[in-house]
Ligand binder design. Structure first.
Ligand SMILES: NC(=O)c1ccc[n+]([C@@H]2O[C@H](COP(=O)([O-])OP(=O)(O)OC[C@H]3O[C@@H](n4cnc5c(N)ncnc54)[C@H](O)[C@@H]3O)[C@@H](O)[C@H]2O)c1
Length: 427
């Protein structure tokens, strides 16, 4: 029997422990988590226990783990946006292959650094663009590549962030400030820019972008709004962003209907009505959405001119009731429309009857990215085991293209929509 792939997980949060850690628990015949690192004691204990990691291989930080001799074949880097490159570079220097969370980095200098180090160390780096690994995007890519739609002229994509997801992650939560993490177009949409480039089969030549933070500002607070939802807010009844509605009562996201996963697991390691109420009462997720220190946009449009002549557009918007991506691909011989939330794709070759493909409801539509988290882990293991080629996986070189498009889009947005060329960013 061939040896199991050995892994270390660095960062035992929502991604490291809950998403990939959970998937790996079901793949123990192929892979073994041999060490973990996180400064959060509770997460370190739960993550360590789940994978049966002995006490001497549970570390308080990435730095501590990476100071040890190499412990595994690959390192999963699941820390926060601004830590990824530092941790990944140290892991590469130690001889690990790396699976790293997106965004790689919001800094061009760091993007260049990691590409250089991966080449110097001759190590493999895969970036977690989970959407590519979903049956939904697989089918769209397959259809485009089959030529049924002819030459692709336009793609229109919409990232429906969903009102409560915006409030949770980008107003109250970790990704609310561009300087601390990443601009929204990188944090939320590097996945979208990645699949657009992939579907189009061409690099991006230039972008222009508009967008702003329209709504989640102090001047938009309704009359009688309190600074915290539980502090006698008089606007509570009519406010859809009320923390109690989102984390306690909402049938998809609230703890009362039995949800123990995201987003309530971000408020407490043990989500019950009591622990969630306490988190809302005292923590960041109970703040009024009009009284946070947020600055990332709540809507943005990116127009992309591709090197092969296609023109693409991506719209990201907070103000949607349903999440997931919707997409329309328009070719010279047919078009394709897809709704990731419903997992339905309609393909129509011009002059023929449309074909409607229902891929079935994913088991949990917003916790596992439509099957993408599992697909990514399976593909990464295949890749490490030599069963998958570079072209089938989101390598660092591939992923960088989406990051450059995002950085260019942010520059364009800040300059009032001025077109920004990508080539100079490639260096
Ligand atoms: N691929 C995707 O679809 C996707 C989805 C959501 C988030 N993300 C990205 O994944 C990353 C992690 O997000 P998350 O939601 O899991 O965040 P999180 O805050 O839940 O987890 C990060 C963990 O890193 C730990 N940490 C901090 N400093 C550390 C250090 N020095 N050494 C080791 N661990 C350390 C924290 O204690 C925390 O437990 C972010 O960059 C985020 O943008 C990716």
């Amino acid at each position: 029997m061939s040896e199991k792939t050995k892994l270390v997980i660095i960062g035992l949060g929502s991604r490291g422990k809950n998403a990939y850690g959970t998937e790996l628990l079901t793949l123990q015949d192929r892979a073994e988590v041999v060490a973990v690192a996180d400064p959060n004691e509770e997460r370190l204990k739960i993550g360590g226990d789940e994978h049966g990691v002995p006490a001497e291989r549970r570390f308080r930080s990435a730095e501590e783990l990476l100071a040890q001799p190499k412990l595994a074949d690959a390192a999963l880097i699941c820390t926060q946006d601004r830590q990824h490159v530092r941790h990944a570079v140290a892991a590469l220097r130690k001889g690990y292959d790396v699976l790293m969370e997106k965004p790689v980095s919001p800094l061009l200098s760091e993007l260049q650094e990691i590409v250089r180090v991966a080449r110097e160390e001759k190590r493999r780096v895969v970036v977690c663009h989970v959407l590519r690994y979903t049956p939904f995007f697989h089918l769209i890519k397959e259809t485009v590549d089959s030529g049924r739609l002819g030459r692709i002229v336009n793609i229109q994509a919409l990232e429906n962030v969903r009102y409560w997801h915006q409030a949770h992650s980008f107003v109250r939560g970790n990704w609310r400030r561009s300087e601390d993490t990443s601009p929204m177009i990188l944090a939320k949409c590097c996945h979208d820019l990645d699949y657009l480039i992939w579907l189009c089969g061409s690099r991006c030549e230039k972008v222009s972008s508009f967008g702003s933070l329209v709504h989640f500002r102090p001047e938009n607070a309704p009359e009688g709004a309190a600074k915290r939802c539980l502090d006698g807010c008089k606007a509570k009844e009519t406010c859809p962003y009320d923390a109690e509605k989102i984390y306690i009562y909402n049938k998809d996201t609230g703890v009362l209907d039995g949800n123990k996963d995201w987003p309530v697991d971000i408020l407490s390691e043990n989500p019950t009505e009591e622990t969630i109420r306490e988190a809302i009462r005292t923590g960041p997720y109970g703040r009024c959405v009009y009284a946070c220190d947020n600055d990332v946009v709540d809507n943005q449009i990116v127009n992309m001119q591709m090197e092969n002549g296609a023109a693409l557009s991506l719209m990201m918007c907070a103000f949607t009731s349903i999440g997931g991506r919707t997409i329309k691909v328009m070719g010279t011989m047919g078009d394709l429309w897809g709704d990731m939330n419903r997992n339905i794709i309609r393909i129509c070759e011009f002059g023929k009857e449309p074909e409607i493909i229902d891929l079935g409801k994913p088991k949990n539509d917003f916790n596992d990215h439509g099957g993408g988290d599992r697909g990514l882990i399976l593909s990464f293991l295949d890749y490490l085991e030599g069963k998958a080629a570079d072209s089938t996986i989101t390598t660092l070189e591939t992923s960088i293209e989406s990051h450059l498009a995002a950085l260019a889009a942010e520059e364009s947005r800040l300059k009032g929509g001025m077109p920004v060329e990508i080539a100079p960013l490639r260096g």
